[in-house]
Design a protein. Structure first.
Length: 148
């Protein structure tokens, strides 16, 4: 039995198999494209949330000390409003960390530097020291490694 004869007898099976393989290939490409689209959409959502948090900073003069590198938290302790604001920023950092870890977000290359720069400031650092025990261990380790 020659190859052509076998093809003539099994043409339906060959086309069925080719259709299944083509369908799987198309599905794989679609899923990959959807994942990229989802990552971008998640990035835009994270950016919108970040902007919303920082708008509170710009509309509240009482939060000016949060970004003051000369703030003395021993002479003037962190206020409840400052603690709440920094807590929201830390929560946002946690969301970004876990979204990135689960590959739901594009990798933000400067995130470690951004975290270190913010949490090295006196007020955010004081809030971080107070609240780090309330965070998940892997996130707290990530923050601590960013600060070192």
């Amino acid at each position: 039995m020659g190859v052509w004869e076998w093809i003539l007898q099994n043409w339906f099976n060959l086309f069925s198999a080719a259709g299944i393989i083509g369908g799987l290939w198309f599905t794989a490409i679609s899923l990959r494209s959807d994942a990229k689209t989802r990552r971008v959409a998640n990035f835009l959502t994270i950016t919108a949330n970040y902007r919303e948090i920082w708008q509170e900073f710009f509309h509240s003069p009482a939060l000016a000390r949060v970004v003051d590198p000369t703030a003395d938290v021993t002479k003037q302790p962190v206020t409840a409003e400052e603690e709440l604001f920094v807590g929201l920023v830390i929560s946002q950092m946690s969301n970004v960390y876990y979204a990135t870890k689960d590959e739901l977000l594009v990798n933000l290359e400067g995130s470690r530097r951004d975290i270190a720069q913010f949490l090295s400031l006196p007020v955010p650092n004081a809030v971080w020291i107070k609240t780090k025990l309330l965070q998940n261990q892997d996130f707290a380790a990530f923050i601590e490694s960013s600060l070192n």
